[in-house]
Design a protein. Structure first.
Length: 105
């Protein structure tokens, strides 16, 4: 699933995800920032879900760290758990609250 991100206030850094049925190609054309769901198999063989932040304009590491992003599931703040891949594929995020409910933390 893909989540376009919208600031909660004009020009704000707190971003609220909105569920969509966009393709990634379409999101790159119409969204400045969006999250994609990434699934990773951990060392125990369990599947963990994360969110990758994507930007359509180049971002430095400092620019990418300035965002506070709400969880698409529970609306709490996501925590960055992985680094940027490049200037467009930014940090990897997880939700501490959802992870607690699943017993991952």
């Amino acid at each position: 699933m893909l989540y376009p991100l919208h600031p909660t206030v004009k020009n704000g850094t707190c971003l609220h995800p909105q569920g969509s049925f966009y393709t990634e190609e379409y999101a790159r054309k119409v969204c400045k920032l969006y999250l994609t769901r990434e699934v990773v198999r951990n060392e125990c063989g369990d599947v963990d879900g994360y969110y990758r932040l994507h930007a359509t304009t180049p971002h430095s590491a400092d620019m990418a760290l300035a965002y506070d992003i709400k969880c698409p599931k529970c609306n709490n703040m996501l925590k960055q758990v992985g680094h940027s891949i490049d200037h467009y594929e930014l940090g990897l995020y997880a939700c501490p609250v959802c992870d607690l409910k699943k017993g991952r933390l």
